[in-house]
Design a protein around this ligand. Sequence first.
Ligand SMILES: [Zn+2]
Ligand SMILES: [Zn+2]
Length: 257
Amino acid sequence: MAGLIDTHTHLDAPKFDNDREEVIQRARDAGVELMFNVGFNRETIPTTLELAEKYPFIYAIVGWHPTDSADVREGDLERVEALMAHPKVVAIGEIGLDYYWDTAPKDVQQQVFREQIRIAKRTGKPIVIHNRDAHEDVVRILREEKAAEVGGIMHCFSGSWETAKQCLDMNFYISFGGPVTFKNARVPKEVLAQVPLDRLLIETDSPYLAPHPHRGKRNESAFVALVAETAAEIKGKNVNELVSITSANARKCFQLS
Ligand SMILES: [Zn+2]
Ligand SMILES: [Zn+2]
């Protein structure tokens, strides 16, 4: 396989501290052409920028994650806004709502989410959305803040086709990761089957959410090939064709020529 793109990864995670170079090399050997690394709090925004500045094939997505939103201090969001002008930063993210982990009150999450959507609109950058157990509020806030003006990505999408449709209507791409490869992943497979090919993306979210047959182990960007195979199977496409379509989508979404 060649020309793969991992649209969402965390190569700076401590789980890669002992073998980061090899993990990146394995991705390259597996045909991964570009990786989009996500920095989402005080620790990971600088380490994400370091990776993007070191490797020509790694780009950065930066923003404040909902589970870290209670930690946002004065000046933090201004810094994120300034970073949108960095030559390797392509999007704001991952931002959104997470009602599963109880690390930040809902109103704080929502306020930080709203402010970052406004940054995206002021700077013309796409938004990478993290949504866990908060489908209704995510869609409502995207609508109220008119996020359709910039669009972006629903990362590691886990919602229903109803939710996916609402996000597609607001100019979002739907991205699938490891969970869609699980044998019992009936809903994600059905949603993937219905997402139009020109709005479909693939990712790993490594080191989390490893695809079958690595489920439960550390994930890495090379495994995006397994997500591509599952997506190709569901779409009834040759895997190379699927990869060339989803990679073109990623370049378009991140405004890369
Ligand atoms: Zn996420
Ligand atoms: Zn992530």
